[in-house]
Design a protein around this ligand. Structure first.
Ligand SMILES: NC(=O)c1ccc[n+]([C@@H]2O[C@H](COP(=O)([O-])OP(=O)(O)OC[C@H]3O[C@@H](n4cnc5c(N)ncnc54)[C@H](O)[C@@H]3O)[C@@H](O)[C@H]2O)c1
Length: 272
C-alpha cells in the first residue's frame, strides 16, 4: 500500500512533534515544518522524518513547501495546521504586537495552509486537513483574548471548510485540546512583552483539569483515532466535553467561576 504523506507545522515541539512521531510510527512519510529550522531538523532526525524551515505567516513560503512536498512524494495526504503561539493577559496589557502576531500565526497561518493544500487535495480527490484549535475555540476564555479569538475562528473555518470539501473527497477536522503539558504553557507571548498571564494559565489549568495535564503523545494518539473515524471535532481529554456542556447548560455557574478568575488576576496585578 502507498505510504501516506503528512506535513506537520509546528512539528519541532509539543503537540506537533508528538503528531509527527505518531505518524512516523505508523509508517507515514512525515515532513516536520517549523519556524525554528534547527529544532525541526533535530526532531525530524530522531523520527526518520524530513525537515523544512517554514514560517506559516509567510503565504508564499507555505505554498512553496506544499508544492515541493506533494511534487517530491507524489501526493499530500495529511496537512496538520498545528503551529501556534499562546498569547495571554488582560486586554489593556496587550499591545498591537500581541494581536498582530497571534492573528498572523494562529489564524493566518492556518488560512495559508488551507489555501496551499486545497488545490492539491482537490486535484487528488482525497486528503485530510487537520487544524489544531483549542478548547479556547469552544469556551469563554478571558485573559487570552487574541488567542481565544483565533481559536474560535479556526473552529468556524474548519467546520465550514469541511462542508465545502466533502463533495470533492477532502476531509477537514478541528482538534480542540484542553491544557496539554507542552512548552507553550510556560512561554506565553513569545518574544513580546511579558505579563502575569502565564501564572494565570497555569491556575486555570489546575482548576479545569485538577487531575493534571496529559502529555502531547496521549493527545496525538487520540487525534489519529479520531481522524480514522473522520471526526469533525476532536475534543481531548474527553472529560472536556463536560466543560462544554457546563457552559451550555449551567452558564451562570461557569460565568461565576470565570468572574472569580478575572477578579483574582486583576487583584494580583494591582497588588504592591
Ligand atoms: N499546550 C496546550 O495546552 C494547548 C492547548 C490547546 C491548543 N494548543 C495548540 O496546539 C498547537 C501546538 O502547541 P504546543 O502546545 O505544542 O506548543 P509548543 O510551543 O510546544 O509548539 C509550537 C511549535 O510551533 C512553532 N511555531 C511557532 N510559530 C511558528 C510559525 N510562525 N511558523 C511555524 N512554526 C511556528 C514553534 O517553533 C514550536 O515548535 C498550537 O496551535 C496551540 O495553540 C495547545
Amino acid at each position: 500500500m502507498r505510504r501516506q504523506v503528512a506535513l506537520v507545522t509546528g512539528g519541532a515541539s509539543g503537540i506537533g512533534r508528538a503528531l509527527a512521531a505518531a505518524l512516523s510510527a505508523r509508517g507515514h512519510d512525515v515532513v516536520v515544518a517549523d519556524v525554528d529550522g534547527p529544532a525541526a531538523k533535530a526532531a525530524a532526525d530522531t523520527l526518520g522524518a524530513q525537515a523544512v524551515e517554514l514560517d506559516v505567516t509567510d503565504r508564499a513560503a507555505f505554498a512553496d513547501v506544499v508544492r515541493s512536498v506533494s511534487g517530491e512524494h507524489g501526493s499530500l495526504d495529511l496537512l496538520f495546521n498545528n503551529a501556534g503561539i499562546g498569547v495571554g493577559g488582560l486586554v489593556d496589557e496587550l499591545g498591537d504586537e500581541h494581536w498582530d502576531r497571534c492573528l498572523a500565526v494562529n489564524l493566518h497561518g492556518v488560512v495559508h495552509g488551507v489555501q496551499a493544500a486545497v488545490p492539491v487535495m482537490t486535484a487528488q480527490g482525497s486528503g485530510h486537513i487537520v487544524n489544531t484549535a483549542s478548547m479556547a475555540g469552544l469556551m469563554t476564555v478571558p485573559m487570552m483574548l487574541p488567542y481565544t479569538t483565533t481559536k474560535h475562528a479556526v473552529v468556524a473555518l474548519s467546520r465550514a471548510l469541511r462542508a465545502e470539501l466533502k463533495p470533492v473527497g477532502v476531509r477537514v477536522t478541528a482538534v480542540c485540546p484542553g491544557f496539554i503539558a507542552t512548552p507553550l504553557l510556560d512561554n506565553l507571548n513569545p518574544g513580546m512583552a511579558a505579563n502575569d498571564a502565564t501564572r494565570s494559565v497555569r491556575q486555570s489549568a489546575a482548576l479545569l483539569q485538577p487531575r493534571g495535564l496529559p502529555g502531547p503523545d496521549e493527545l496525538a494518539e487520540a487525534v489519529l483515532r479520531g481522524l480514522a473515524k473522520d471526526k469533525a471535532l476532536i475534543v481531548f481529554p474527553r472529560a472536556q466535553w463536560g466543560v462544554v456542556a457546563a457552559q451550555r447548560w449551567a452558564p451562570a455557574l461557569v460565568d461565576r467561576m470565570i468572574d472569580q478568575q478575572v477578579r483574582a488576576y486583576r487583584a494580583r496585578r494591582t497588588a504592591p
